[in-house]
Design a binder for this molecule. Structure first.
Ligand code: NAD
Length: 366
């Protein structure tokens, strides 16, 4: 049955779509600066999301792929118009050093592979963009930072929330003193991990469990919401399914962070609960609340002054345009996304696992 609403929706659809298309074209026409030419390594689910989002970028362009699966390479070549000369596999991608048409490689493979891959990319003289967690621990992270420094290439971590408008507005309010002294942050991040055979539940490939994958959003979020670096951590682990979540793969971890000002954070990281994506910041003069807070969006946020109404943007499109600006033009992001930033989160992850093992407060020096 056709209703009046159906009719109005059909009528309105082209009118709604048109301004966006025009704006997109206008933006494309307006930008005639340098473009970051990117190859994606790891053509899995997140790699595909990034590739799709990059089709709307103005400053970054997907030009190459690195994959161990020839059929995926062929499919991506067709879908994204990628020339044969920009296609590599895991054995030969060091040859990328002789390819002047690729500026950066975006590593989107399982966590345990990031370190070696990043170091090889750096040695090939290309900038590295690496997914979170940047590595399995701080020692590995430090090796990556040093290798990129030595090779004189940039190392950036895929912290897409660092470019998200509502997140940035809360950070602005905090920096401008509108919230007053920050007292407390709560970060709740988790989802139910389905397939027990996935690499995320394999210690060798994931390096841990929920903390490496989703808990890192609460860790990183605590730092950019509070605006300080934590000096201590306490943590507790609970496991309801030791068959699915084997030794070294954490199912649920609660952790607390203490900051120099006296502010504290209390966070939950889990692979055993759905609909867990919430940030809450309490301060002397106000508050900020986000739910969802770190998903692909739209992010919903409100403060003591009311709901934030910033337009939703595809996180990965903005991230890649901003990263192009950082790499090509030396732009300074509001919240850092460099290797040092990734390393800080890895130091906190190390400390949380240590606190779970010891049951004691672990001191941190970031
Ligand atoms: P995925 O399993 O969908 O994709 C991983 C890809 O790596 C696959 O194409 C797989 O073939 C390839 N791969 C290469 N070597 C492999 C090996 N030895 N074992 C298994 N796979 C191998 O995983 P994903 O969800 O795309 O995650 C990839 C990375 O991206 C992870 O580090 C993850 O934390 C990160 N990620 C980030 C976000 C974000 O929002 N920033 C979201 C999802 C995933």
């Amino acid at each position: 049955m056709h209703t009046r609403r159906d009719f109005l929706q059909k009528l309105a659809a082209p009118l709604v779509a048109l301004p966006f298309v025009l704006k997109q074209n206008e933006d494309d026409k307006m930008y005639d600066g340098p473009v970051l030419r990117v190859a994606i390594m790891g053509l899995g689910s997140y790699g595909t999301r990034v590739a799709d989002a990059m089709q709307s970028c103005t400053k970054a362009k997907l030009v190459g792929v690195i994959s161990g699966t020839p059929s995926k390479i062929t499919a991506w070549q067709t879908k994204y118009n990628i020339p044969e000369k920009n296609c590599y596999n895991y054995e030969n991608f060091d040859n990328i050093k002789d390819n002047p048409d690729i500026d950066a490689v975006y590593i989107i493979t399982p966590n345990a592979l990031h370190k070696e891959e990043a170091i090889r990319v750096a040695k090939a003289g290309k900038h590295v963009i690496c997914e979170k967690p940047m590595a399995l621990n701080a020692k590995e992270g430090q090796e990556m930072v040093s290798a990129c420094k030595k090779a004189n290439v940039k190392l950036l971590v895929g912290y897409r929330m660092h470019f998200e408008p509502k997140t940035l507005e809360i950070i602005r309010m905090r920096k401008d003193g509108e919230l007053g002294k920050i007292m407390f942050f709560q970060g709740l991040t988790g989802f139910r991990a389905g397939n027990p055979d996935q690499w995320r539940l394999n210690k060798q490939l994931a390096g841990g469990g929920s903390l490496m994958d989703i808990g890192i959003y609460s860790i990183n979020g605590a730092r950019y919401m509070v605006g300080e670096e934590p000096v201590w951590v306490t943590a507790q682990e609970t496991k309801t399914d030791p068959v699915k979540f084997k030794e070294g793969v954490d199912e649920t971890i609660l952790f607390q962070l203490g900051f120099p000002s006296g502010a504290m954070a209390s966070c939950l990281s889990t692979y055993n609960m759905n609909n867990l994506d919430r940030f809450f910041l309490n301060a002397e003069k106000g508050f900020a609340e986000m739910q969802p807070s770190t998903g692909y969006g739209p992010i919903k946020a409100r403060t003591n002054k009311g709901e934030l109404t910033h337009t939703h943007v595809t996180h990965q499109t903005v991230q890649m345009d901003e990263m192009a600006d950082i790499i090509l033009n030396g732009k300074q992001p509001i919240v850092p996304v460099d290797g040092e930033e990734g390393l800080k989160d890895l130091k906190i992850i190390d400390a949380i696992y240590e606190a779970v093992r010891s049951g004691k407060k672990t001191k941190l020096q970031l």
